[in-house]
Design a protein around this ligand. Structure first.
Ligand code: P6P
Length: 318
């Protein structure tokens, strides 16, 4: 089944047109990724910084331009982006808002590691400020694309209990349904974290990891393995395909006291997919989807995946 057929059968018309626009943008971004280095270095810093002072890569900016172009006339009223301070107006008559991380994993562009585009679709209330500050529980749909060995899409809608995966068929140039009914197993032996910051973690994370690393001789009675790509979409795709748990805690490093990942256009979309897949997504004590954003680029700790492991982590935070 093609993406268009899946959308026609399962999505409200306004969401279908927005996702079709995002899919067209993903095809163009994918082509740029595959040609990186052949026609300039899209992983190079362009000297600018985004709203939060992160250095911008050429592909960050170009990806956003492509998304804005492809969302014209799709029913999206405005775009909220990691690369912008303020909403980017699209269709005045639009009734949804699209929040994006146009290119997640920018530091990996120049080293041929999977990167992607993350999106969240929210209702438009006709007021820019109100549109920017909505709980993830209010999302109408969410998902992400990966640009890696395969070009893929995973998405879900709020009023439809299915998480579906698509692969871009390079021969047809179309996204084709490859899996649906995605579920994250209740338990796992695989965790994803950047352990280089272990000495900066707060106590709950330290305790969780100590029990985990104790392995089969410890309180959990099983050995674990670790995977860390350093690209959220890549680690997340693996977890939605074979299970696992992802952990990006706050830590005591300057600037990471409330976490690294962004609530509105990274944590919320992933959290919707995680809950729809039978997993959990928390910041330690509260479901990601229940957090009211204080500002568009708010950072949060993000833990998602296997329910039993997230429960264990939340118990450590009590
Ligand atoms: P670290 C990429 O820069 C990103 O925002 C996410 O995609 C990824 O999960 C995380 O940062 C990696 O962070 O601290 O391991 O470099």
């Amino acid at each position: 089944m093609s993406l268009n057929d899946y959308l026609n059968n399962n999505a409200p018309a306004n969401l279908a047109s927005v996702i079709q626009g995002l899919a067209e943008a993903a095809k163009v971004i994918d082509h740029l990724v595959r040609r990186n280095g052949l026609a300039g270095d899209l992983g190079s810093d362009i000297g600018g910084t985004n709203s939060d002072g992160d250095s911008q890569k050429a592909l960050d900016v170009r990806s956003e331009e492509i998304i804005i172009e492809k969302l014209q006339n799709t029913g999206a009223a405005a775009l909220l982006s990691e690369e912008q301070d303020d909403p980017v107006p699209l269709s005045p008559s639009g009734d949804v808002i699209v929040a994006v991380d146009p290119l997640d994993g920018s530091s990996n562009i120049s080293v041929n590691v999977t990167i992607g585009t993350i999106f969240s679709i929210l209702p438009s209330h006709g007021d820019a400020a109100a549109n920017s500050l909505q709980k993830g529980r209010d999302q109408l749909g969410a998902g992400f694309f990966t640009y890696g060995p395969q070009t893929t899409l995973i998405m879900a809608f709020a009023d439809h209990d299915d998480v579906a995966c698509f692969t871009l068929d390079p021969d047809q140039g179309e996204f084709v349904l490859t899996r649906s009914g995605i579920t994250i197993p209740e338990t796992t032996k695989e965790f994803a974290i950047n352990s280089a910051y272990a000495n900066h973690w707060f106590e709950p994370m330290q305790r969780w990891m100590a029990d985990t690393l104790a392995g089969k001789d410890g309180p959990l009675g099983q050995d674990y393995r670790m995977r860390w790509v350093g690209s959220l979409v890549s680690d997340a795709w693996r977890i939605f395909q074979r299970g696992g748990v992802f952990l990006y805690p706050a830590d005591q490093r300057k600037g990471n006291e409330t976490g690294r990942l962004r609530l509105v256009y990274e944590a919320n979309p992933i959290a919707l997919l995680a809950e729809k897949s039978g997993g959990k997504a928390t910041e330690g004590t509260k479901a990601i989807l229940d957090i009211m954003p204080s500002h568009l680029h708010q950072r949060v700790p993000l833990f998602f995946g296997a329910r039993s492991e997230i429960d264990r982590l939340e118990n450590e935070h009590r």
